[in-house]
Structure formats: structure tokens, C-alpha cells
Design a protein around this ligand. Structure first.
Ligand SMILES: [Zn+2]
Ligand SMILES: [Zn+2]
Length: 338
């Protein structure tokens, strides 16, 4: 079995994979597929070197099969098809005690803070496992994690059937939020500046507009009879989008902050007051979001053939990063890990 090691400075080395027996409370997985996430690209670019212990196997959007159960593990056996919710929490901090272990105050994100899935054999805590139904392929199974992100965002946005939704940003997560929202009966508009992504959205049957060409606030106003959008998802992380987002929600509308705005940016707080807008942050996912994502995927609600752009061998990982850097016609690239 092989593994892809990130060694810093845009270097990936393919080497042998460890095959340690699973410790108590762990299971050993044979990884089938692992998607390349925007986060992995950040790591590749060296932006997360303060968290990644090099050389390290990265990757967290995976599918695979249980090969061994460690001591004390019950309910899982060799051959079980699974995906992993890559969150390891302490169980003791105030957030964990309050029932929010998915954003534990000492959260370890598996694949960033500890070794990830881009290897043939991988040991993970048993509490991270979700079962994949027989009608989902391993390729589709590797898409459950980003779909679960979208399910979490839509759930925290308290989206109701028939509501008008604007998604700012039409990358993989923005597109998945649009698909999950549409599946929930929403009327969805995506604002996106990249022409490749706009074409991709069109192929998914999602309406996209370029905010450089169209006044999105004016469009939303017109289409909602001056009311404004019920829910706005900010997924771009661009300061201009944070400045623009408050013009969109209706009175008592909601904004869901999905993007990572690493630095403080100007936001029109007057609009929050004037329209009694609510904003909620949405980070990663909880177990029910994984279950919802699996149900949606297994129910045939998602156009996987268009969402998965390519599947590459482990040796193709660096090439996959370069394709994503190009920002062209790529949505999700999967790596075949064993
Ligand atoms: Zn991801
Ligand atoms: Zn905790």
C-alpha cells in the first residue's frame, strides 16, 4: 500500500504507507477514494504549515472499507463500506459538554491536524464512521463530506420550502449548497465571477449571475417584489462579498457565514439593525448532516456525473493540485488511494 506525503513547499512524495494495527477505539480502513478539497490546496500552498506536521498524509473526503476493528470496537466488521466524519474532539471542553463537539474548543481536524486519508491503509477513531449504502459507489461515497458541509449550512440557515436563496460563490461548496437548497424546495440564485464556474453551474441546472455584470441586489429586489432574499450564504471569503451581502436579505432574513474570512473586513452593520437581519456562522458538520448527505446521495438527488470532474491515481495528486490551481472547468477531483 502507498501513501501521498505532503513535504512542504508544494512537494508531494509517494511512499510506503504505515500499516499499524488499530489501537483501542480505532478501526483500520482500506481507503478507496479521497477527494481533493480547497483546504488540501491551501496545505499544498504552504498556508497551513503551522498545523501540518510534515511529512504528513493529508485528505479528508473519503470512502473505503473496514479491514480491522481495534480492541473495544463494537458494531463494525471487516468489509463494512464507510465514509469518515473527520473530526476528533476532546469530549471535555465547555463546547463538547454543551453538545457541540463538532466545533470542540480543542478540535483536531483529521487530515490537517493528524494524518489523513490519501493512503491505502488508515486508522481512525470508530466514532467518525458512517455507513455507506450499497447503491452508492466509492466515488460517490468520497463526495459525502463536502455534501455534509452543504447540509449543515442549509440546516443552520433554517431554510424553508419555497424560500428565495442567494449563494455568494459558486465553487464546489457553493454549488453543493445550491443543490441541497434546491432539493429542499428553495428558489436559488448563485453569484459567481468565474466564467468557468458559471458554465459549470449552468450544467448543473443552477441559475448563476456574474456580480461584475449584474447588480445582484437590484435583481433580487425585483424578483422578490422588493422584499429581499430569505437566506444569503456567503461562501466566497472575498471582502467585497462581505460588503455586498447585507444588501440582499429581507426584513428578518438570514445570512449564513460559510466562508473563512481570515481577516476582519468592513460589513454594513446598519443593515443588520434596520432590517433585523440574523447572521449565523456554519462550520463543518454534525453526525446528522452526514446522515442527511448520505440519504440525499443514495436517493439520487445529486448529479454526481457532473460534480466529479476526474479520478486520478495516488501518483497524480500533485497534478490534481495543478488542475485546481488553474481554476478551469474542474469541480471535484478524486484520488484513487488503493
Ligand atoms: Zn473538505
Ligand atoms: Zn472539546
Amino acid at each position: 500500500m502507498r501513501a501521498a506525503y505532503y513535504e512542504g513547499d508544494k512537494k508531494i512524495r509517494i511512499g510506503d504507507c504505515g500499516t499499524a494495527t488499530p489501537a483501542a477505539g480505532q478501526v483500520q480502513i482500506q481507503v478507496s477514494h479521497c477527494g481533493i478539497c480547497g483546504t488540501d490546496l491551501h496545505i499544498f500552498h504552504g498556508n497551513m504549515d503551522h498545523r501540518v506536521k510534515m511529512p504528513q498524509v493529508i485528505g479528508h473526503e473519503m470512502s473505503g472499507t473496514v479491514t480491522k476493528a481495534g480492541p473495544g470496537v463494537e458494531g463494525w466488521k471487516e468489509g463494512d463500506r464507510i465514509t469518515v466524519r473527520p473530526l476528533d474532539y476532546c469530549g471535555e471542553c465547555p463546547a463538547c459538554r454543551a453538545g457541540h463537539s463538532h466545533i470542540c474548543q480543542k478540535l483536531k481536524f483529521i487530515g490537517i491536524d493528524s494524518p489523513g486519508a490519501m493512503q491505502g491503509i488508515w486508522n481512525v477513531p470508530v466514532h467518525t464512521l458512517h455507513r455507506l449504502p450499497a447503491n452508492l459507489s466509492f466515488e460517490q461515497g468520497a463526495m459525502i463530506e463536502p455534501i455534509a458541509v452543504a447540509c449543515h449550512d442549509v440546516r443552520l440557515g433554517e431554510l424553508q420550502r419555497g424560500e428565495y436563496v442567494v449563494v455568494q460563490g459558486g465553487g464546489p461548496i457553493g454549488a453543493l449548497i445550491a443543490l441541497v437548497a434546491r432539493n429542499g424546495g428553495a428558489n436559488v440564485l448563485v453569484s459567481e465571477i468565474n466564467p468557468h464556474r458559471l458554465r459549470m453551474l449552468e450544467s448543473l441546472g443552477i441559475r448563476g449571475v456574474n456580480p461584475k455584470e449584474t447588480d445582484v441586489a437590484e435583481l433580487v429586489n425585483r424578483e422578490t417584489g422588493t422584499a429581499g432574499a430569505d437566506v444569503v450564504f456567503e461562501v466566497t471569503g472575498a471582502p467585497g462579498a462581505a460588503a455586498a451581502m447585507t444588501a440582499l436579505p429581507r426584513v428578518r432574513g438570514r445570512i449564513v457565514m460559510v466562508a473563512i474570512h481570515a481577516k476582519p473586513v468592513p460589513v454594513d452593520l446598519f443593515r443588520f439593525f434596520w432590517r433585523e437581519i440574523k447572521m449565523v456562522g456554519a462550520r463543518v458538520y454534525e453526525p446528522e448532516d452526514f446522515e442527511k448527505a448520505i440519504a440525499l446521495a443514495a436517493g439520487g438527488a445529486l448529479p454526481f456525473d457532473k460534480l466529479i470532474s476526474a479520478t486520478l491515481p495516488l501518483e497524480g495528486l500533485a497534478d490534481g493540485f495543478r488542475q485546481l490551481e488553474g481554476g478551469g472547468d474542474v469541480m471535484k477531483i478524486l484520488i484513487q488511494c488503493s
